[in-house]
Design a protein around this ligand. Structure first.
Ligand code: PLP
Length: 372
């Protein structure tokens, strides 16, 4: 028997979140960002839920091949472009569109032998200082690309650093607008946060938006707003079961380092989930967890394979528990209650993105194709 821990991907929730994005930007086409193996969900497991998108955006050529193998014939965009010249052969073979963010990638294109001109997204560094041509160098890069027989259509792209926070997108929009005003081509600017938070105020409408995290039911700006506030549904549940129940007396401690000490008699559940499953060790006493759908809290230090929970709220609610009771680390319980991944991430000092991507290989995944 495998350990009872399981990750479940909810197809209907992916469809719902995609529809939520479309509601925010009805005129834009949507790249479903499925990099990092669909934010840890598994590309094959999210495909059904996201196939209503207009294209798939990712980084890894092997992941692009997997999307084609699933039968997807529409656009696929490589968000970081190619890494070496032979990648361009794969772009031709699989009909991949690719970002161009540096001179070296233009050099590779210029040397590439192909009958089939390629669609590129020329990336501007409008202030994030990660990838892209500076505004001053952007036009000359465009002119160089435009002269290449290897290049078909050129779209214009940038990425926002602060769409989720108080600084916003206006300063980068201004830079982008100024440098591209008279350049032809489709525009792609908005990530999740820009798509939800700035759709109405944006000065430049994205022809293509690039949401990732919202498709996976996590709020881009938690805790300012929650996933529920945005009308998003969790797409990933991490659940397990109780392996044991302990009865503590005042003064008894729980787990490594005795970090939690009972002040009164206490029933403690031991769940089959630890940091080797991807649950963050940085979560401490108080991190929310559901047991049989009832919200309670983590006690003490997370160990490699187990963590401990306070069963008092179940006793108070008269909800029975014992060996085999369901534990929901994040996502949805069988009883219908849910726990946002963002809350757990916050308790660990991180973001939902990291938790999704970190679910360990030893955890079995299932796909729930049911309705939300
Ligand atoms: C270029 C680009 N576009 C879009 C996204 C999607 O971002 P998010 O998941 O915040 O929507 C990312 C993610 O890092 C990205 O690097």
């Amino acid at each position: 028997m495998p350990r009872p821990i399981q990750a479940t991907v909810h197809t209907a929730a992916l469809q719902h979140n995609l529809a939520r994005v479309r509601q925010s930007v009805p005129d834009a086409r949507v790249w479903a960002v499925v990099k990092a193996n669909a934010y840890g969900h598994g590309i094959e497991r999210v495909f059904e839920g996201l196939r209503g998108a207009d294209g798939f955006a990712l980084l890894d050529l092997a992941e692009a091949e997997r999307v084609r193998r699933l039968g997807w014939r529409g656009p696929i965009l490589l968000l970081e472009g190619v890494f070496e010249p032979r990648d361009l052969e794969l772009c031709s073979r699989l009909d991949l569109w690719h970002a161009v963010h540096c001179d070296e990638q233009i050099d590779m294109l210029a040397a590439h032998k192909t009958q089939q001109p390629q669609r590129v997204f020329l990336k501007m560094n409008s202030g994030m200082n990660r990838l892209g041509f500076t505004p001053e160098r952007y036009r000359s890069a465009w002119t160089r690309l435009n002269a290449l027989p290897q290049v078909d259509e050129i779209s214009l792209m940038t990425h926002f650093s602060d769409a989720d926070g108080p600084r916003g997108i206006a300063h980068q929009e201004e830079v982008f607008l100024h440098a591209t005003a008279d350049l032809p081509g489709e525009r792609s600017l908005a990530n999740s946060a820009a798509t939800l938070r700035h759709a109405d105020s944006a000065r430049i409408k994205s022809d293509w938006v690039r949401p990732g995290i919202v498709l996976y039911g996590s709020a881009p700006d938690f805790p300012e707003r929650s996933a529920a506030d945005w009308g998003l549904q969790p797409t990933l549940t991490l659940s397990s079961k109780l392996l044991a129940v302990q009865s503590l007396q005042p003064g008894d401690s729980v787990g490594y380092g005795s970090r939690f000490v009972a002040e009164q008699p206490l029933r403690v559940g031991v769940a089959a989930c630890g940091y080797a499953d991807g649950y963050p060790r940085l979560c401490d006493t108080g991190t929310p967890v559901l047991v049989n759908g009832v919200r309670t809290r983590l006690l003490g230090r997370v160990s490699m394979d187990m963590l401990m929970l306070d069963l008092t709220p179940l006793e108070q609610a008269g909800v029975p528990f014992g060996f085999g009771s369901e534990v929901t680390l994040w996502g949805r319980s069988s009883q219908g209650s849910s726990l946002s991944i963002d809350e757990v991430a916050r308790a660990a000092g991180t973001v939902g993105y990291e938790l999704m991507c970190a679910v360990a290989q030893r955890v079995n995944f299932a796909v729930d194709e049911g309705s939300p």
